[in-house]
Ligand binder design. Structure first.
Ligand SMILES: NC(=O)c1ccc[n+]([C@@H]2O[C@H](COP(=O)([O-])OP(=O)(O)OC[C@H]3O[C@@H](n4cnc5c(N)ncnc54)[C@H](O)[C@@H]3O)[C@@H](O)[C@H]2O)c1
Length: 322
């Protein structure tokens, strides 16, 4: 059994601790705030510490999960890799492309797993959309766009691009499997100076595909949706739906008509395939343990994570007028 330590027991960390207590041996829980010891009392087999280094010094610990605030990720992930531990680090693992490259190189040198916690990549609905694209069912993909809007949670330390956009960006790059050639972001900090609450992003890829993201916590709609437009079919992943997570539209451009140079379109069935209701976080944890055990491609998961950080870096530069 892989021995795991979880650092960061705020809102999200306890979900990771719960899953790893069921799937592996949860031997350490760590939070710099000693009062988080309360959460640790649920797991009597795990030791609690407020010192990340004390946890890393345990030679029997195989892997560390980092669920602390984003600005701490790079430093903690680097220290864990240097101590010879595999790392699952919440998204994004670093705030700069060059920092992520350093983590990827360190993991590769030491043959350790460096996996970013991009939850949606383990969602059975997103996997289904990826399979459809890979099988050519949509024809050629032309464009992808994400909507992640809501009224709140209004954050004061992370902008909408970093807080919300990282989810859609990870999915868009996973579906298209390309680095963007161009990434532009436009937004405004209406409520808190310097923290953009409404952000629009445009990405263009070397293949000619384009993508867009609307990210906002000042919006009447609660949306968590990705739309993929292909030349044969179109598909929507809607995480707000309970049952119809994926809807396939047999709608497409067809052929130029004889009149006025207009295009005729084709419309067929609209249907929702059955999507397994497995908890994406559990699937993410299982994938991490699989990589730690030597199965799968540990290099790819790290380099795919680097692609997301590079794109976030490009979008942030653009957002701030660079
Ligand atoms: N994948 C998802 O869907 C998802 C959802 C929510 C949060 N997250 C991510 O999880 C991370 C944590 O978010 P949260 O909402 O739980 O934050 P939070 O602020 O509620 O909790 C963070 C915890 O980390 C602790 N901490 C800070 N520095 C530390 C250090 N050096 N060593 C040990 N503990 C330290 C804090 O005391 C706090 O208890 C973030 O990266 C966030 O983006 C992911």
């Amino acid at each position: 059994m892989t021995r795991i330590g979880v650092a960061g027991l705020g809102h999200w960390g306890p979900n990771l601790a719960r899953n790893f207590s069921e799937l592996a041996e949860l031997t350490w829980l760590c939070d710099s705030e000693p009062e988080r010891r309360d959460i640790a009392s649920r797991y009597t087999q795990a030791k609690f510490t407020s010192s990340f280094d004390e946890m890393l010094e345990d030679p029997n610990l195989d892997a560390v999960v980092v669920a602390t605030p984003v600005p701490t990720h790079f430093d903690l992930a680097r220290r864990a890799l240097e101590a010879g531990k595999h790392v699952l680090v919440e998204k994004p693992p670093a705030m700069k492309g060059h920092e992520m490259d350093e983590l990827v190189a360190l993991a590769s040198e030491r043959d350790l797993v460096l996996m970013p916690g991009h939850l949606l990549l383990y969602h059975p609905g997103v996997r289904r959309v990826k399979d459809m694209i890979a099988a050519g069912e949509l024809g050629d993909v032309l464009c992808v766009y994400g909507n992640r809007q809501n009224l709140g949670i209004i954050r004061s330390n992370e902008n909408a691009l970093w807080s919300l956009g990282v989810h859609d960006l990870s999915v868009i790059l996973y579906l298209l499997d390309e680095d963007p050639a161009e990434a532009n972001a436009f937004g405004r900090d209406f409520l808190t100076s310097g923290v953009e609450d409404v952000v629009f992003c445009y990405l263009r890829f070397p293949s000619g595909k384009i993508a867009h993201m609307h990210l906002s916590w000042l919006d009447p709609h609660k949306m968590r949706k990705i739309t993929v437009v292909g030349t044969e079919k179109m598909v929507v992943f809607d995480d707000m739906e309970l049952e119809r997570k994926v809807t396939v539209y047999e709608k497409a451009p067809w052929r130029p008509s004889d009149r006025y140079g207009e295009w005729q379109t084709r419309t067929g069935d609209i249907f929702s395939p059955r999507i397994a209701s497995d908890e994406p976080l559990k699937l993410e944890c299982i994938e991490f343990l699989r990589l730690v055990s030597g199965e799968g491609d540990r290099q790819k998961v790290a380099t795919d994570g680097a692609r997301v950080v590079r794109a976030l870096d490009m979008l942030t530069t653009s957002l701030h007028g660079g």
